[in-house]
Design a protein around this ligand. Structure first.
Ligand SMILES: Cc1cc2nc3c(=O)[nH]c(=O)nc-3n(C[C@H](O)[C@H](O)[C@H](O)COP(=O)(O)OP(=O)(O)OC[C@H]3O[C@@H](n4cnc5c(N)ncnc54)[C@H](O)[C@@H]3O)c2cc1C
Length: 392
């Protein structure tokens, strides 16, 4: 943490999600006085896991929290892709990948990750819950944030880390409509153990069937995190009482342990959401205001990179704001220039991946599966070099 002449610089961050919390730590570490505003009354209790790929782990290490995340999560030792009925398509070379990028992927409970990030801030930042931003205005010297309860906040810059339905983005860019992915997601956490996927190895598998995908991964502490993506009309999310039956129905007869892990999950521990992304935009900043994370580049979860990209944004933002001799607006523009083409590529590749995985066309499925079997393990590592081997 730097001290001294930059202590007077005040940054406001809207949203205490993964992106906002990482940005707060990164800016605090550069000597900024940070106020973080979150509309919820505390850390959101999202009952799901999040995979942290090697590029995310690299950022967390630079922020000084990787050890805690590793202790609370589980390394992904195995990552198989199978057909819906269990035929192995590829056993991804996780050891080779970990060696190459300096870290395996980890999976951690979202609430634990956010708690670690919040604890890392401790009293070094002013975190205000139950503060819903409704708008902002700026002049040449500062930004004023306006909240639903009538309060205001002032700072030299404002970072909109307020997620996929960002109010900051709406004011900055106008209405940028969300794009429905064509599928809905169910996610669950359950106490479960299957001999084929020993907990001490970690990880698990994905099974791909026509228009559906199921993922199974060890989350640590004897828990399995599973997710299902099912092609559906928009507006499908299921009421809590129907989720388990729906999942059992959709995956009846699939590769075991799929039905067994769903059956072992408490109804109240299953989440249901339609999945969206945002068309990439060519602009994230206006004067002293900038977007970060899903607010800037919401993407489909098919590369497991939304959180990782938000973390990378946070670090690059703080690097660009190390020295603001040329002024804050130009430092924010520099941040945008560093990040926009990479995140646009990730948004596009995630969308492409979703098409490949969720296809219902029999000929496309045959070709896809044939290719997955044929590609040598080293190619599976190489084709994600640009993503996981990114230097910050
Ligand atoms: C099914 C699914 C699986 C995923 N899996 C992975 C994965 O394995 N790995 C990965 O890296 N990513 C994954 N992602 C993506 C990842 O969850 C997101 O990209 C990430 O959470 C974005 O973080 P964020 O901080 O930008 O936004 P959010 O996490 O949405 O946080 C935004 C915060 O802003 C607050 N907020 C909103 N509006 C206001 C307001 N007006 N005023 C004040 N506060 C406000 C919200 O309450 C929230 O706390 C997945 C996403 C989905 C949907």
């Amino acid at each position: 943490m730097k001290a001294g002449n930059s202590n007077s610089r005040r940054a406001m961050i809207i949203g205490a999600g993964i992106g906002g919390l990482c940005a707060a730590i990164a800016l605090r570490n550069e000597g900024w006085k940070v106020t973080l505003y979150e509309r919820s009354s505390g850390i959101r209790q999202v009952g799901a896991g999040i995979v942290l790929a090697a590029n995310a782990m690299k950022v967390l290490r630079k922020l000084g929290v990787a050890d805690q995340v590793q202790a609370e999560g589980a390394p992904i030792g195995r990552a198989e892709i199978r057909t819906w009925d269990g035929k192995l398509l590829v056993d991804l070379p996780t050891t080779q990948q970990a060696k190459k990028y300096g870290s395996p992927s980890y999976i951690v409970h979202r609430v634990k990750l956010q708690t670690i990030l919040l604890d890392a801030l401790g009293k070094t930042a002013d975190v205000q819950f139950s503060k819903k931003l409704v708008g902002w205005n700026q002049d040449k010297d500062q930004v004023t944030a306006v909240f639903e309860d009538g309060c205001t906040g002032e700072g030299e810059l404002l970072i909109g880390a307020d997620g996929i339905r960002s109010i900051v983005r709406r004011q900055l860019l106008g209405n940028t409509s969300l794009r429905y992915s064509g599928f809905t997601a169910l996610r669950g956490i359950s106490v479960f153990d299957d001999k084929r996927y020993p907990l001490d190895v970690g990880g698990g598998f994905e099974a791909w069937g026509p228009g559906k995908r199921f993922g199974y991964t060890y989350l640590g502490n004897g828990l399995i995190y599973w997710f299902a993506a099912i092609n559906s009309e928009e507006g499908t999310p299921y009421p809590a009482a129907e989720r388990k039956q729906k999942a059992l129905h959709e995956f009846r007869g699939w590769y075991q342990p799929i039905e067994a892990v769903i059956a072992a999950t408490e109804e109240t521990d299953i989440l249901s959401h339609d999945i969206y992304d945002c068309r990439p935009t060519g602009r994230w900043t206006e004067g002293r205001v900038a977007l970060l994370g899903d607010a800037a580049h919401a993407m489909l979860p098919n590369l497991g990179q939304g959180g990782a990209q938000a973390m990378e944004d946070a670090l690059v933002l703080a690097q660009c704001l190390q020295s603001v001799d040329t002024g804050i607006p130009s430092a924010l523009q520099e941040y945008e220039q560093h990040r926009i083409s990479r995140t646009t590529k990730v948004v596009r590749q995630s969308r492409l991946m979703a098409k490949v995985v969720q296809t219902e066309i029999p000929a496309a499925i045959r070709v896809r599966n044939w290719l997955l079997r044929k590609i040598p393990p080293s190619m599976h590592v190489k084709r994600f070099d640009w993503l996981l081997g990114f230097e910050l």
